[in-house]
Design a protein around this ligand. Structure first.
Ligand SMILES: NC(=O)c1ccc[n+]([C@@H]2O[C@H](COP(=O)([O-])OP(=O)(O)OC[C@H]3O[C@@H](n4cnc5c(N)ncnc54)[C@H](O)[C@@H]3O)[C@@H](O)[C@H]2O)c1
Length: 356
């Protein structure tokens, strides 16, 4: 599959929103390896350190700082750069922050998506659009079997709701404006992603890494909370395959897609911390349950059979491999920050070799 990705993406003009972020950084690095012409559009990186600066993501691409809430700015970029493929990954992606900043979260995640799709429909060069949403877009019934793409949208907190809304926006644009053969749009739903280069607030792996690297105890607030974990490269491969199929076979793939990990990858938060510490060889945990924490939905498990049967995508790395690759990345980075780019590229190449 890697070969076909390489032959497909070579020379393609791909606009990535959110290239200064965690997933967008990995996606951009991979697209550059594949030989694509990448145009990035995002706010400047919001954390220090960050993958964008550490791995010099802005090299060998057109990197633009802009705000998806500003339609003029965004549509000007589409008009000027004429992308052929768009992968919309920019978002306010944090649940806790969405409680503090609901208006900004809805503005970025909902109207930002409207702006991307509106700009895309007025850009004749665009043939494929992938909108990145989340497993949290589903109305969480707290049941134990996997959610399928046809299940109802919902979302208790502002972030989850904004992702459900982004799905509805995408469906409305697809039915209203993209039903012809000219361009095809799809959405991609995935869950908790881990991997090197994420330093976001209120995320487990970055919290663990901050604790280990600074020699402070890692505070775990929801030790028994079980989440499905997957490596960022698994999800990014899903986006790449989906955009390729949209380009090649248009409307057949213009729908919503789940990209979830295997069942074995759902382990409790405390277990992720313990295994990470064991792999790194240092670190200490402080379990401190937070009774006043805002509501977060319980375990939500995606059924990804559609992606497996129709895109040839399936989760490949075990949870232990995903943790090993993540720890390898961070450990090398803290030994020598200049390693960030070579480690990122080496891991992408290693992952590509898994799909001959
Ligand atoms: N990381 C996860 O575990 C996870 C899980 C499910 C879904 N997602 C989704 O994946 C996507 C990427 O998430 P991430 O983990 O890389 O987050 P991130 O915070 O690392 O990156 C977000 C990106 O969006 C950009 N951005 C934010 N607001 C913007 C605005 N108003 N205008 C332009 N750019 C803006 C940021 O600059 C950054 O480049 C998001 O859509 C997120 O909701 C992430």
């Amino acid at each position: 599959m890697a070969n076909s990705l390489a032959s497909f993406y070579r020379g393609k003009k791909v606009l990535v929103t959110g290239h200064t972020g965690f997933k967008g950084g990995w996606l951009t690095a991979w697209l550059k390896i594949l030989g694509a012409h990448v145009i990035g559009f995002a706010l400047p990186p919001g954390t220090r350190p960050n993958l964008f600066d550490a791995a010099t993501i802005d090299r060998d691409m057109v990197s633009l700082f802009g705000d998806v809430r500003n339609f003029e700015e965004l549509s000007g970029t589409f008009a000027e750069r004429s992308p052929e493929i768009v992968i919309h990954s920019a978002a306010q992606p944090l649940v806790r922050r969405s409680y503090r900043e609901p208006v900004e979260t809805f503005a970025t995640n909902v109207m930002g998506t409207v702006h991307v799709l509106e700009a895309a429909r007025h850009t004749p060069s665009v043939r494929a659009v992938v909108v990145v949403t989340s497993d949290k877009c589903y109305e969480n019934r707290e049941w134990f079997w996997g959610y399928r793409e046809e299940d109802a949208m919902g979302g208790h907190d502002p972030y989850s709701s904004s992702k459900g809304c982004a799905e509805l926006v995408t469906a409305a644009y697809r039915h209203s404006f993209f039903a012809s053969e000219s361009a095809a749009i799809a959405s991609a739903r995935a869950g908790n992603v881990i991997g090197g280069g994420d330093w976001s607030e209120d995320r487990l792996m970055p919290d663990i890494v901050r604790g280990i690297s600074s020699g402070t105890r890692i505070v775990i607030r929801r030790p028994d909370s079980t989440r499905p974990w997957q490596h960022v490269l698994e999800v990014v491969r899903g986006y790449l395959l989906l955009a390729q199929r949209l380009w090649e076979d248009g409307q057949r793939y213009a729908k919503a897609w789940n990209f979830g990990p295997s069942d074995e990858s759902a382990i409790p938060v405390a277990e992720v911390a313990k295994r990470t510490i064991a792999l790194w060889g240092k670190g200490e945990i402080n379990i401190r349950p937070d009774s006043g924490a805002p509501h977060e939905s319980k375990y939500l498990h995606l059924n990804s059979e559609k992606a497996r049967n129709h895109l040839g995508w399936q989760a490949t790395l075990t949870i232990d491999q995903a943790l090993e690759w993540s720890v390898e990345w961070y450990r090398l980075y803290y030994e020598n920050p200049a390693c960030a780019l070579p480690v990122t590229e080496t891991q992408i190449q290693r992952y590509m070799r898994m799909f001959p």
